[in-house]
Design a protein around this ligand. Structure first.
Ligand SMILES: NC(=O)c1ccc[n+]([C@@H]2O[C@H](COP(=O)([O-])OP(=O)(O)OC[C@H]3O[C@@H](n4cnc5c(N)ncnc54)[C@H](OP(=O)(O)O)[C@@H]3O)[C@@H](O)[C@H]2O)c1
Length: 180
């Protein structure tokens, strides 16, 4: 596969990312950041992939899926059909095969969750970057971001909002990691 994997996630202080098939918080600006990062391309004739697990797909409200202006790919072991616009993949290597076949149409490959998909992507030789929003509050969660490998280091990315962000009294910060 020619593309690097870019992960995007938001986690709270206890590293939670979800509860009851939903996000534990409502942060419109953080959601807008996710949409911008995963949608924007430099080439107008290319789109980004959003690669996700089946439960993450299911937690996207009907009216918002497939996520627009992106190539939606859903990992599932089941024979599910999410319509013409969404690609279902039986395994990560199956997803990589499809990405390779479509590589001329694809600009970036975003891994958007959940837990096991993030873990596989961080362990993959194709790992590129992790965009992690650190939400500076504890929330009750049942789904967690996997441990960040020791050889990941924080890097500067001037294209993303810098410093502490705030919405509805909740503080958060955008971090970017690469493998050392
Ligand atoms: N805060 C964030 O940034 C963020 C991001 C994403 C999700 N979330 C939250 O996280 C929760 C959902 O995440 P999750 O970890 O529970 O589930 P998930 O990873 O989205 O989905 C798990 C399912 O994906 C399929 N799958 C995963 N890896 C696969 C592989 N290698 N090959 C084939 N199929 C594979 C399997 O589906 P089958 O059972 O169909 O085989 C598996 O049961 C929700 O609460 C959501 O709101 C939060």
């Amino acid at each position: 596969m020619s593309h690097k994997l870019e992960l995007i996630a938001a986690a709270c202080e206890n590293m939670g990312i979800g509860i009851n098939g939903d996000l534990p918080w409502r942060l419109k600006t953080e959601m807008a950041f996710f949409t911008r990062m995963t949608t924007e391309t430099n080439h107008t004739n290319k789109k980004n992939v959003v690669l996700m697990g089946r439960r993450t797909w299911e937690c996207i409200p009907d009216k918002y899926r497939p996520l627009k202006d992106r190539i939606n790919m859903v990992l599932t072991s089941k024979s599910l059909d999410y319509g013409n616009e969404t690609i279902t993949c039986k395994s990560i290597s199956h997803a990589f095969d499809i990405i390779t076949q479509m590589q001329n149409q694809i600009e970036r490959v975003w891994v958007i969750g959940g837990s096991s998909v993030y873990k596989s992507a961080m362990e993959s030789p194709y790992f590129g970057r992790l965009y992690l929003t650190r939400i500076k509050k504890k929330f009750e969660c049942d789904t967690f971001f996997p441990p960040i490998p020791n050889d990941f280091v924080l890097i500067e990315d001037p294209t993303i909002p810098q410093g502490i962000q705030k919405e509805n009294g909740i503080e958060f910060v955008y971090e970017v990691y690469e493998r050392r």
